[in-house]
Design a protein around this ligand. Sequence first.
Ligand code: NAD
Length: 448
Amino acid sequence: MTVMVPSKTPATTSAPPSPSRPAEPAPPPRSEPFPPSPGRRALDAALYQLDRAADHLRLDDGLRAMLATPRRSLTVSVPVRREDGRMEVVHGYRVQHNVSRGPAKGGIRFHPGTDLHEVTALAMLMTWKCALVGIPYGGAKGGVAVDPGAMTSRELERVTRRYVNEILPIIGPEKDIPAPDVGTDEQTMAWIMDTYSVNTGYSVPGVVTGKPTTLGGSLGRAGATARGVQIAALTALGRDPEGVTVAVQGFGKVGALTALYLAESGCRVVAISDATGAVTRASGLDVAALRAHVAETGGVYGFRDADPLGHGELLELDVDLLVPAALEGVITAGNAPRVRARLVVEGANGPVTPEADEVLADAGVTVVPDILANAGGVIVSYLEWVQNMQAYAWGELEVELKLRELMEQAFGEVRAHAAGHGRTLREAAHAIGVERVAQAHQVRGLYP
Ligand code: NAD
């Protein structure tokens, strides 16, 4: 196991410098500078946010270094047999950023661009998110650098099982509990649960969340992240949502249901994009019909009852509410001045860079940060795990009420902190999350 491997890219950053950055081996000398990878930028952004919170909380250097450094980072190589008989080797990662408040918790991402930096950044965000919403977990994340869209189901099953086999020693219901993220779904979780259970000798449903209900998945988990985004968006709006115009970037597990729930609330969803393209309709898109189109064709591109739109244009539309729900780093210093929405609710993790955050704050745009806005997923994952550990299942209404209660409580705390300290919602959310983790470290003390 390693703690931070040297990056393929130099540790340059577009974000402001980060005193909390953990010690890293020097990058190899290079004759020409080249831009940091998206993963490196995501990690720089996460470290920058930690720094801001640590400054605010006046944390000492030792604690800062501890919070900036993942507790455990595992890099594995995953040999995969393709359908034509070829054997390929892909890289996989599992990072447990912090376990001071409970077992590590976080999704597994299948995406060709994922790397150790990105997974580390996302694991760190999970730590603050779990602390912020008051669930007893630390933060983790996993990733495999594959393109699931270019693989058959059998290839994906082989990748999943082999990857899980490699990370098996560090996961488990009391240690680290994976969940779905970009490019993975209920089926992936079922394969993980089976692989872990076969190795253990008995069924262990609590090793993953976001499973099919037939294996102990929770009612309400599939729509939980989107339900949380909806609650966050409507709370932030603070007015009748009827006719509120919305643009949603990403039409996967988070984006599609967020668009649907917001439309059901009375909002007018006027633009939606995914990897295949973007579509718009001023009078409001029929989100259910668009979901059916995507199920049939694989993407939003070519949807009949809408006009095509440029990918970048969606982020700059004159709408009331913008929900980036695809990948990180999409709103940057470059396009932030052109964002016209007055409210941005982060369905995705890290979609707004620190530089863009400042531009939006200066322009009076409210940003509901990822660790609050998309926490519905991990909240219901926690509820699923609690049900699994008790071998008991709750009804959907009970799950949704608990989700709502935790989301609204966290939102209220963030809003009160922001108002009391004259800070943005992101600064407030990070201050609360980081403080809770720091307190856990302080009262536990250092072993030995
Ligand atoms: P997903 O794989 O189900 O969907 C991702 C979507 O983004 C797809 O529709 C894809 O086509 C689209 N996309 C990719 N590139 C795009 C681009 N350039 N422009 C527009 N759309 C693009 O993933 P997901 O689970 O919905 O996750 C989306 C985001 O939400 C990620 O940042 C993830 O970390 C975060 N998140 C997910 C969960 C969860 O429960 N799944 C929970 C919290 C946060």
